[in-house]
Design a protein around this ligand. Structure first.
Ligand SMILES: *Cc1c(COP(=O)(O)O)cnc(C)c1O
Length: 447
């Protein structure tokens, strides 16, 4: 597999290099030059396979020659040891629950596989790295859990002491072993600034700091697998399917684009967004305008005014967008509009959808999943297209207990993974926002 940068100013690299580096040196995002086709025989043979079996089959094609098969198989089965339920809403609509991983959001799918692939390459080269990450809550816990217990990686998570919920904090502070949580007496932006400064600090070069952030190609490829899995559960080739994806940085949706590129018969990809409507506006007008600052909506993991994966989408459709969001080459807008429908959902619509789904189907969903369902409804109302559709529930309702309670009156029961941490002992270090002290801390901690 050869990967190129969306900024087109960096050399092509191997999968291993792209995975460990994250971002390309020209600040672009890595994309595979080509992907292997998924044939009818592949899709038919996967029909009765389990999730890890489907994932391994597809990954062994995509990563052929990049990693030996027994290792890839072990990694895949170790990463995907939880359920992926498809819940029927009605004859042509299913909800795929991506909330059964250890941190109860779909980010577990990407983080767990990426972590294990990184560990594989680091071990082979006898290298150690330290993942340094700042979090406002959810990403930090998914990353920390994903790397937990792996030998060649240490993780240091900085979080704003007063801005995370008890549950979010406990997901980071109860792990221990190779995971260190630091409560910062400051805001998320302070944590982010300290981490950025450490990355560019020459005196910390010997510490092998890495970021594992959301633009890593190692997080995108795993996000194509559940679309293929859902298709093989519900469809017979060459039947078509629709996916509705609650989107913020558009990493999840790019996973679906990759699956479609490989040949999965996806009729329409619905990118459902909250009131941050820069993408639906771009699709309808052809003009791209970031939303700065992004709007605060109920589905808060999707409050993004300039999605980091947009440059990848534009590249796949023949255009070029730089890291600032300037479009230097216009993509094939007609093809883009044909493949992707994007709908903006207001907070009021999000709430009424949560209530409707509860009343009509007795199913409790959280705000992000509700945006996905409403986006699908919008598409169906507009097109009368009744093709079978799968809409994604990207987190467990118990991750957003306050919002869910307020809208539906129901206290969501936390899954076992979230409940277990309630009793575990917490351990964390405390720092203020002074960089010099943070630097001394890192030097002492990592040596
Ligand atoms: C991160 C997140 C999203 C948005 O996913 P993107 O890949 O950034 O589009 C949606 N829902 C939940 C619960 C999330 O945590």
């Amino acid at each position: 597999m050869k990967l190129y940068s969306t900024n087109l100013q960096a050399p092509e690299v191997s999968f291993e290099t792209a995975l460990i580096a994250g971002q390309a040196p020209d600040k672009g995002l890595y994309l595979p030059r080509s992907l292997p086709p998924l044939s009818e025989a592949d899709l038919v043979s996967l029909k009765n396979k389990t999730y890890p079996e489907v994932a391994f089959h597809v990954l062994s094609k995509v990563l052929e020659g990049e990693i030996d098969e027994p290792s890839l198989k072990a990694i895949t089965f170790d990463a995907y040891n939880y359920d992926v339920p498809l819940e029927k809403l009605n004859d042509n609509t299913y909800i795929m629950r991506l909330d059964r991983g250890p941190t109860a959001s779909f980010k577990d799918f990407a983080a767990r596989l990426m972590a294990r692939l990184m560990q594989y390459y680091l071990k082979k080269e006898n290298k150690q790295i330290t993942i340094l990450t700042a979090t406002s809550g959810d990403t930090g816990s998914a990353v920390a859990h994903a790397f937990y217990g792996l030998d060649n990686v240490k993780v240091i998570v900085l979080f704003p002491e007063k801005e995370v919920s008890d549950r979010q904090r406990k997901q980071m502070t109860t792990l221990q072993k190779n995971i260190t949580a630091i409560a910062i007496d400051g805001k998320f932006d302070d944590c982010q600034a300290m981490v950025k400064k450490a990355f560019s600090d020459e005196e910390l070069k010997s510490l092998n700091l890495s970021s594992a952030n959301s633009i890593n190609i190692g997080r995108l490829i795993p996000q194509s697998l559940y679309y293929i899995y859902a298709y093989t559960r519900l469809c017979s080739y060459p039947e078509e399917i629709i996916f509705s994806i609650p989107s913020g940085n558009f990493g999840n949706m790019m996973g679906c684009v990759l699956a479609k590129t490989m040949g999965l018969p996806v009729k329409k990809i619905i990118a459902s967004v909250n009131e941050n409507d820069e993408v639906p506006s771009f699709l309808s007008s052809g003009e791209y305008q970031k939303i700065v600052p992004s709007l605060n909506c109920l589905s808060n993991a999707m409050n993004v005014g300039h999605p980091s994966n947009l440059a990848r989408l534009i590249a796949i459709y023949g255009g070029q967008m730089d890291e600032q969001g300037n479009i230097n080459k216009i993509p094939d807008m007609e093809k883009l509009r044909n493949d992707i429908y994007s709908s903006s959902v207001t907070d009021e619509e999000t709430k009424s959808t949560m209530r409707e789904i509860l009343e009509e189907y007795s199913i409790l969903i959280e705000p992000h999943g509700a945006v996905g369902i409403k986006g699908l409804t919008d598409y169906r109302n507009k097109t009368q297209d009744n093709t079978l559709a799968v809409t994604l529930e990207t987190a467990h309702p118990a991750k957003f207990p306050g919002e869910v309670r307020k809208v539906t009156g129901i206290d969501p029961e936390p899954p076992r993974s979230l409940k277990e941490i309630e009793e575990k002992e917490e351990q964390m270090d405390f720092l203020d926002t002074e960089y010099v002290k943070f630097k001394e801390y890192l030097l002492a901690k990592i040596r």
